[in-house]
Design a protein around this ligand. Structure first.
Ligand code: ATP
Ligand SMILES: Nc1ccn([C@H]2C[C@H](O)[C@@H](COP(=O)(O)O)O2)c(=O)n1
Length: 671
């Protein structure tokens, strides 16, 4: 997961491969609530593990529901059988509408029936998201609900006891959010000693989400009767009973980004999306039909779909999106790649989501250069001609879907536009529903290696290159190449195989076939973790010796180039800027006095439990400097266009900030 202020996506030109979707948010949070309220134990597999489910799980724990996570990621909940063991709790629900609405209903009804006082709060945006229609419906039933902030919005207190009035139909508006109806449907079985009737006022939106609710209630033994979409009856005696084990299907809204990716960029091999298929419960799966209408070639399978580019350019569509409100955002970005306008209607609910999505979408599409018109419940996007694409920093409004759908704009070279970086601000907001979204995207996309930015940090031993490279890479969301580790691994492998450090041929063949891989910051030769062994001074000296051999350097060249992958690379070594990535955007030559470097290395070795003598270290590093500088093959020296940074008197943070300042200066973004 990327917790960084911005992520620069390089221009992307293709896509292929397989993505396994995270569990559906809507299904996950409905199942969590049902399982917590039901009789019996429920094991939920492939539950979404993201911010919105985390706040739901924490709230359930605060309400007395015991649950545990298995090693396979499943969550098992011990159902409360409709009775809360605590009479008071304060629950923080972040910005999770799928937690706030049904919990408000459940706690209001249970407090009315059994007594108690429960409070529900969220982030500031949650306190701007209307809940009045649900609160009015619950008050109509006799529930006591206190507005703790602005009336009609969270935070709320749900209090009781108070007599419930279940004889008359409960009326709820259905034209703002279907979640109000869902909240009542999920929770009224708790008090259904008699038939309970819900009547919907206004035209119900997002009906497929209500279908999910009804299907999941059926899995918990409650068969809701309905007359069209206006009247629902929860039969007397309904009880929530655990079905035991449930599997969450993949998130259909999240699938939309990969369907669009396939439609835009998969020309040879498809993008295969696993976790939903033909019989998916979620309405957003119908996004695939909209994508097909724009030109995508889609193959439906039982539990997957495969998407390729069909018609190109895409064609604009006019679509009532009332049934696919979340996924519809992706269509607005696809519209840029079409040859006729796209008009999306029936999206009034966008105004009250994580942000005002109509306003946000229009503002950010305009930053890219698009012509956009908007109304109360519609948006119209004109195709973006190749020369009109602008370099932009996309604001994401703490809205995961803004971040995910705008990432597709990095495919602009496919529209013939000038390749340029696209900045996504606050990319970590995807944690709400898809914490690994960007990592997943990177595993599927293709870029021209020369478009993938590289930041080189070269310099003498112990100057702090590795430390600086790691921290800069973390702040940019980029990968790291510790090229010294490749020479160190060659020296270590030679030592283990009894190969002389003068035998250039054998050393080169060892280097060319090194069984080396990196995982979670650790370095492995075959299956052996050699991270610490590589740092031994003797191995460093051996590395310096083998690194002077041209054939060894040649043997490691391609391996180093292969680290240049989307979204970018920070490479540290001696010749990153001079020999391996001479076209890199920023080359830093990092130095510090020999005395400072010896001091730092001494401290570093002592901390790792190696014995070391500072005078010996100073002598060794001066010897190593001399060998690295004076060898004929790629000697240690600053590239002509390198920035020099002497960090003898700079701490790590100051060095990192200096490099990030240089980096930002070199790639300005408007706004
Ligand atoms: N600016 C700094 N101020 C103080 N200590 C630093 C600074 N930069 C790095 N260090 C410390 O110096 C030690 C050596 O740093 P590091 O391992 O990053 O150097 P290096 O240049 O990558 O070395 P090598 O080339 O041998 O791999 C580490 O313990 C690190 O924490
Ligand atoms: N690009 C590189 C990286 C490293 N070396 C050599 C020089 C060093 O003495 C040795 C170990 O590197 P370190 O881990 O200390 O950075 O490898 C090189 O020649 N070129």
């Amino acid at each position: 997961m990327l917790k960084i202020p911005f992520l620069d996506l390089p221009p992307l030109r293709g896509a292929a491969g397989t993505v396994r979707l995270p569990g559906s948010k809507s299904i996950s949070n409905r199942l969590l609530l049902l399982a917590a309220l039901a009789e019996g134990e429920t094991r939920i597999e492939q539950l979404l593990d993201a911010d919105d489910t985390a706040v739901m799980l924490e709230a359930l724990r605060a309400l007395g529901c015991a649950w545990h996570r298995g090693s396979d990621g499943s969550v098992t909940l011990r159902g409360l059988g409709g009775h809360l063991p605590v009479s008071a709790a304060d629950c923080f629900l972040g910005n999770a509408g799928t937690a706030m609405r049904p919990l408000a209903a459940a706690l209001a009804l249970l407090a009315a029936r059994d007594g108690g006082r429960y409070t529900l709060r969220g982030v500031p945006r949650m306190h701007e998201r209307p809940i009045r229609d649900l609160v009015d419906a619950l008050r109509g039933l006799g529930c006591q609900i206190e507005d703790l902030g602005q009336p009609g919005y969270p935070p709320l207190a749900l209090c009781g006891p108070s007599p419930l009035r279940l004889a008359e139909p409960v009326r709820v508006r259905g034209d703002v959010s279907s979640q109000f109806l869902t909240a009542l449907l999920l929770t009224l079985p708790l008090v259904a000693q008699q038939d309970v009737v819900i009547e919907v006022e206004g035209e119900l939106i997002s009906k497929p989400y209500v279908e999910i609710t009804l299907a999941l209630l059926a899995r918990f033994g409650v068969q809701v009767q309905r007359e069209g979409w206006q009247r629902f009856i929860i039969p007397a005696g309904s009880r929530l009973r655990s079905p035991g084990r449930l599997v969450v299907e993949g998130d259909a809204s999240a699938a939309s980004y990969f369907i669009a990716l396939g439609a835009l960029a998969a020309s040879a091999e498809p993008v295969r999306i696993e976790g939903i298929g033909r019989d998916a419960l979620q309405g957003d799966v119908r996004f695939a039909d909209a994508a097909a209408a724009m030109g995508a070639e889609i193959r439906w399978l039982d539990h997957a779909l495969e998407v390729k580019r069909g018609r190109w350019p895409l064609q604009g569509i006019e679509l009532d999106c009332v049934a696919i409100p979340d996924a519809a955002m992706t269509l607005a970005v696809m519209a840029l790649f079409a040859d006729s306008p796209t008009r999306l209607t029936g999206i009034a609910s966008w105004r009250v989501k994580e942000t005002d999505r109509i306003a946000a979408m229009a503002a950010e599409l305009r930053k890219l250069g698009a012509h956009v018109a908007e109304g109360l419940d519609w948006i119209e996007v004109q195709p973006l001609p190749a020369p009109a694409w602008q370099r932009a920093a996309i604001h994401t409004y703490d809205d995961h879907r803004m971040a995910m759908c705008f990432s597709l704009a990095a495919l602009h070279p496919l529209a013939g536009a000038q390749p340029q970086a696209l900045r996504i601000l606050d990319p970590g907001c995807v944690a709400k529903t898809f914490p690994d979204y960007f990592e997943t995207l990177f595993s599927l996309v293709q870029a021209d290696p020369h478009d993938v930015p590289v930041l080189c940090i070269d310099g003498p031993t112990a100057s702090g290159k590795g430390t600086l490279a790691d921290q800069v890479a973390q702040r940019l969301g980029y990968a790291v190449l510790d090229s010294g580790a490749l020479y160190r691994a060659t020296a270590l492998a030679a030592q283990c195989a009894g190969v002389s450090l003068q035998d250039e041929e054998r050393l080169a063949s060892l280097a060319a076939t090194l069984p080396l891989h990196f995982d979670g910051g650790r370095c492995f030769l075959d299956d052996e973790d050699v991270t610490d062994a590589l740092r031994a001074e003797a191995v460093g000296q051996g590395a310096s010796t083998v690194a002077a051999l041209p054939k060894v350097r040649q043997a490691l060249h391609q391996l180093q180039l292969s680290f240049r992958r989307v979204p970018g690379l920070v490479a540290d070594g001696r010749d990153m800027g001079t020999a391996i990535f001479p076209d890199s955007e920023l080359k830093v030559f990092l130095t510090a006095s020999a005395a400072k470097r010896a001091e730092r290395r001494h401290k570093q070795l002592m901390e790792k439990g190696f014995s070391a003598n500072i005078t010996g270290l100073l002598r060794d590093l001066e010897e190593r400097d001399a060998r690295d500088k004076n060898r004929s093959a790629s000697p240690l020296k600053p590239a002509q266009d390198a920035r020099l940074l002497d960090n003898s008197d700079l701490d790590i943070e100051a060095s990192v900030n200096q490099v990030l300042t240089w980096w930002s200066e070199g790639r300005p973004f408007p706004g």
